[in-house]
Design a protein around this ligand. Structure first.
Ligand SMILES: NC(=O)c1ccc[n+]([C@@H]2O[C@H](COP(=O)([O-])OP(=O)(O)OC[C@H]3O[C@@H](n4cnc5c(N)ncnc54)[C@H](O)[C@@H]3O)[C@@H](O)[C@H]2O)c1
Ligand SMILES: *[C@@H]1O[C@H](CO)[C@@H](O)[C@H](O)[C@H]1NC(C)=O
Length: 454
C-alpha cells in the first residue's frame, strides 16, 4: 500500500495513426508511379503495425499525468479499443445510453471503487446509462478494482481507464455522449495515508476536481448536474452531536478532510459563476461487500482470521471511539435519490454566464446510530468464530476523529433517504462476501467461542 497511486493511460493511437494515414496518402498520390516508393511505403506501414502491436503504449501521448499501467486482465485487442476512435466512441455511447424512458445517463468517476461500483450497478439495473472512469491506482490492491470492473463488464458497463485531472479525456467523453449527470466519486480516500503521500490528496481531490468542474462548465453541452462525494470528516473535531449540514466545518483534523472541505468551497464557486448544479453527499463510514481494504472493518477481519493482533483506539479519558457505520446499499439509495432530484445546470455551455441560480445542496448520508469500534470488533468475532487479539491504545492525533453521528433529516425530507441496515446485518453480508472472495472456509458459523478459521 506504500506506492503512490499510478495515473491514467490515455493512448492517442488513433489520432497518431490517422495523422500517419494522411501523410501517407498525400505522398502516395505524388509518387504513385514509383514502384520503389510503394515498396518503401509498404515497409513503413508494416513497421508501424509491428511497432503498434508490440509497443502499444510507446506511441501513446505522453503527458505529465498519463502513463500506462498495463494489466494482465487486458488483452492487446482491448487496449486498442481503449484508445480514441470509432470503436471507443461506439463503446462509450452503448454504455451511456439509457434503456428506459427518461433514464439518466451518468458518468460515474471512481467506478472501479467501492461506492462507485455499487452505484454503477444499481443505476444500470434500473435502466440508466452508465460510463465509468477510473485510474485504477494502487492506493489499495488494484486486483480488487479489477474484479469490480469485471463485474461491471458483465453488466455491460464500460469503465474508461483514465484520470479526472485529464481534461482532454474528459472533453472527449462529453463530446462523445451528452451525459445528463456526473456522479463524482473518484478521490484519494483514507485519512492516515496523507502522512505518506500528501500530494495524492491534492492531485485528485483538488486539481482533479477542478479539471472535472472546468470541463462540465465549459465544454459539456448540455452541462451535467453533478452529485459528488464529500465526507463526514469535514465535521472534524466538532463536538455537537448529531452532525447537521449547517454546522460549521472549520476544524478539519486531516488533510483528507481539508481537501473535501476545499471541494465544497470549489463547488460553490462553480455553482455561483457557471450555474453548475451541485449536490455534495457527506458519507459516514460506508462499509459492505466489495469494500475498501484500508478501512478498519476490512483489515480487522483479515487480521482476526490470521490470528494477528488488532489495534483498537480509545479516546483520552477512557471513552470509546465510535462511528456512524453506514451500509453500502443505504448509501447507494441515497446517491440515486440525489441524482433523481438534482435539477439541471443553468449555465451556458462554453462557460458563458448562467441564466439563473442553480441548485446547490449538501446532505449527510449516515446511519444515525454511532457504534463503538469495540462493538464492531465483537460483532466480527461472532461472525468469524474467532476471538480477536485486541491491543487497546489511546488514539494518536493523526487524522482520525473521536466519533461521527449523522443527522439525516434533510436527505429524508428531500429524497426519502432512510437507512435500513444495522451494523450486525451489514457485517454479516460483508463477511459472507469476504470469505467467498478470498476463498476462506470458516470452521464455525456464528456463535462465538474460541474457534479458528481454516
Ligand atoms: N467509503 C467511505 O466510508 C467514504 C466516506 C466518506 C467519503 N467517501 C468518499 O466517497 C468516494 C468513494 O469512496 P470509496 O470508498 O468508494 O473509495 P475507493 O477508493 O474505493 O474509490 C475511489 C476510486 O476512485 C479512483 N480514483 C482515485 N483518484 C482518481 C483520479 N484522480 N482519477 C480517476 N480515478 C481516481 C480509485 O482508483 C478508486 O477506484 C470518495 O470520494 C471518498 O472520498 C467515502
Ligand atoms: C492537473 O492538470 C493540470 C492541467 O492540465 C496540470 O497543470 C496539473 O499539473 C495536473 N495536476 C496533477 C497533480 O497532475
Amino acid at each position: 500500500m506504500g506506492s503512490p497511486p499510478d495515473t491514467s493511460k490515455t493512448t492517442k493511437l488513433e489520432r497518431y495513426n490517422s495523422y500517419l494515414r494522411r501523410m501517407s496518402s498525400a505522398k502516395l498520390l505524388a509518387a504513385s508511379s514509383k514502384v520503389l516508393f510503394r515498396a518503401t511505403l509498404l515497409a513503413t506501414v508494416l513497421l508501424i503495425i509491428l511497432l503498434t502491436l508490440h509497443y502499444p503504449f510507446s506511441l501513446s501521448y505522453i503527458s505529465i499525468f498519463s502513463y500506462s499501467s498495463p494489466s494482465p486482465h487486458r488483452s492487446l485487442l482491448s487496449s486498442f479499443s481503449d484508445s480514441f476512435g470509432p470503436a471507443w466512441d461506439r463503446d462509450v455511447r452503448r454504455s451511456a445510453t439509457p434503456r428506459r424512458d427518461a433514464g439518466l445517463s451518468v458518468l460515474v468517476t471512481g467506478a472501479a471503487g467501492f461506492v462507485g461500483s455499487h452505484c454503477s450497478l444499481a443505476l444500470k439495473k434500473r435502466g440508466d446509462g452508465v460510463v465509468g472512469l477510473d485510474n485504477f491506482n494502487s492506493y489499495y490492491d488494484p486486483a480488487l478494482k479489477r474484479s469490480r470492473q469485471a463485474l461491471l463488464t458483465r453488466h455491460a458497463i464500460l469503465i474508461v481507464e483514465g484520470d479526472i485531472n485529464d481534461s482532454s479525456l474528459l472533453t472527449r467523453l462529453f463530446a462523445t455522449y451528452p451525459f445528463t449527470h456526473v456522479l463524482q466519486l473518484a478521490a484519494q480516500a483514507g485519512v492516515r495515508y496523507a502522512a505518506k503521500n500528501p500530494h495524492s490528496y491534492v492531485a485528485s481531490n483538488v486539481a482533479g476536481l477542478v479539471s472535472l468542474f472546468e470541463v462540465a462548465a465549459k465544454s459539456a453541452d448540455p452541462q451535467p448536474a453533478i452529485v459528488w462525494a464529500s465526507s463526514s470528516s469535514v465535521y472534524g473535531l466538532n463536538e455537537k452531536s448529531p452532525f447537521s449540514e449547517s454546522d460549521p466545518t472549520d476544524h478539519p483534523a486531516s488533510l483528507y478532510a481539508a481537501t473535501k472541505k476545499a471541494g465544497e468551497a470549489i463547488a460553490h464557486t462553480y455553482n455561483h459563476i457557471y450555474g453548475l448544479s451541485f449536490t455534495a453527499l457527506r458519507f459516514f463510514t460506508v462499509y459492505g461487500p466489495m469494500g475498501r481494504p484500508d478501512m478498519a472493518y476490512f483489515f480487522f477481519t483479515k487480521a482476526i482470521l490470521a490470528g494477528k493482533p488488532i489495534t483498537v483506539f480509545r479516546i483520552p479519558g477512557g471513552k470509546d471511539v465510535a462511528r456512524d457505520f453506514t451500509y453500502i446499499d443505504d448509501v447507494v439509495k441515497g446517491c440515486l435519490g440525489a441524482l433523481d432530484t438534482a435539477e439541471k445546470s443553468t449555465g451556458t455551455p462554453g462557460g458563458g454566464p448562467k441564466t439563473g441560480p442553480a441548485q446547490l445542496r449538501v446532505y449527510n448520508l449516515g446511519n444515525t446510530t454511532p457504534v463503538p469500534v469495540v462493538k464492531l470488533v465483537s460483532i466480527l468475532e461472532k461472525l468469524l468464530g474467532v476471538r480477536a487479539k485486541k491491543n487497546v491504545v489511546t488514539m494518536p492525533s493523526n487524522g482520525d476523529v473521536p466519533f461521527t453521528h449523522a443527522n439525516i433529516r434533510l436527505a429524508a425530507r428531500d429524497f426519502g433517504y432512510q437507512p435500513t441496515t444495522d451494523l450486525s446485518t451489514g457485517l454479516q453480508k460483508f463477511v459472507k462476501w469476504y470469505v467467498h472472495y478470498y476463498g476462506i472456509k470458516l470452521k464455525a458459523e456464528a456463535g462465538g467461542g474460541q474457534m479458528a478459521a481454516a
